[in-house]
Design a binder for this molecule. Sequence first.
Ligand code: URA
Length: 438
Amino acid sequence: MLPQELIRRKRDAKRLSDGEIAALVAGIADGHGLADAQVGALAMAMFLNGLDHLECVALTRAMTASGDVLSWKEDGLPGPVVDKHSTGGIGDKTSLMLAPWVAACGGFVPMISGRGLGHTGGTLDKLESIPGYDATPDNARFRRTVREAGCAIIGQTANLAPADRRLYAIRDVTATVESIGLITASILSKKLAAGLDALVMDVKFGSGAFMAEYARARDLARSIVDVAAGAGLKTRALLTDMDSPLGTTAGNALEVREAVDFLAGRHETRLYDCTRALAIEMLDLSGIAPRAAAGTRLDAVLASGAAAERFARMVAAHGGPKDFVERTYIYLPRAPIVRAIPAPRQGYVCAIATRAVGLAVLELGGGRTDPAAAIDHAVGFVEIAPLGANVGPDRPLAVMHARDEAGAARAGRTLAAAYEISDAPPPASPVVREMLGA
Ligand code: URA
């Protein structure tokens, strides 16, 4: 059938069959079968009329099959291949600790990550603040690093789910990103192509998340878990709170420093709770250790330094300094201006417009406003006051690292405006709200 006839059927809210979806995806992947205008129209028809479960499974499978699908069988790995994916947040550096932490427990983590998107930071941008870190190794080097370090964090290769790459780029400029069916198929097609045995999703809700509303985030988590099961990938989802930045830092090199501190045993509670909860699910779901024993195993490899050693091995295998973990401070770039952002009065932080904290990092130059632009890895915030913190003359809202006075002035105003202060502390809320999946 002609592409325009299939688009017309979806426009008129009819179901598309598996074969019809496969034909459309083949046309998206080959770059000629469907023109950009047709891909945009199809995305809008899917956005407005939704995809049912079977259509979403078919779209996921077809986009997975549009490029290389990795298999780890011939590598003879002595443990399961397991990964985590987050829907994105502010200060979310969990991947940096989670991959080596799970590797130290016997898992193999081939983590294919993205750059910053919108107001959120990207794992790749963070890692590229390490001098020499090559996030686009060839396939042989990627596999060797996974085999030898137990984990490798790299960027999406050209031939991994190419249909998603084109569809995503067109969705980005046609106001069709925020569709639960399209997001589900987009994320899962890349994870299925990575040849995983198990996946844990971190679906964020709250003021710093793409799906701020809890009910929408939960619908997305439900959709991902159900479609992954339909496509044959064991998946669980944790719903985690993004009403406050995660950890004490936001900004690329500053977050890498916090990750190294974490692996050395110095960690902020919410970041620790979130990362540990995700790690427990990864160990349980992949069969490394049942949930009841997983926490003890994780605690042991963190305390022994084995998790930090895996991180060091991964960084060195990617071309970073061999002594990066011991001498983090000399390697990471530093910004020339370091300035506290004072609290407007003594009191408790009762609300944070967390998205604005991400935007303040962008204003400092720590993220992209143009997809091709370079970013400043050194800038951002440290000592970020979390929800419930008692701020005042002795405790600023955060300490800013800036490149120049103009950026510092703009970002300082944005960060200060993101905070609400009250006389009483807000009720405490756990970082992990719910788990979905068998
Ligand atoms: N991340 C993805 O990979 N795809 C989406 O559609 C949204 C977020």
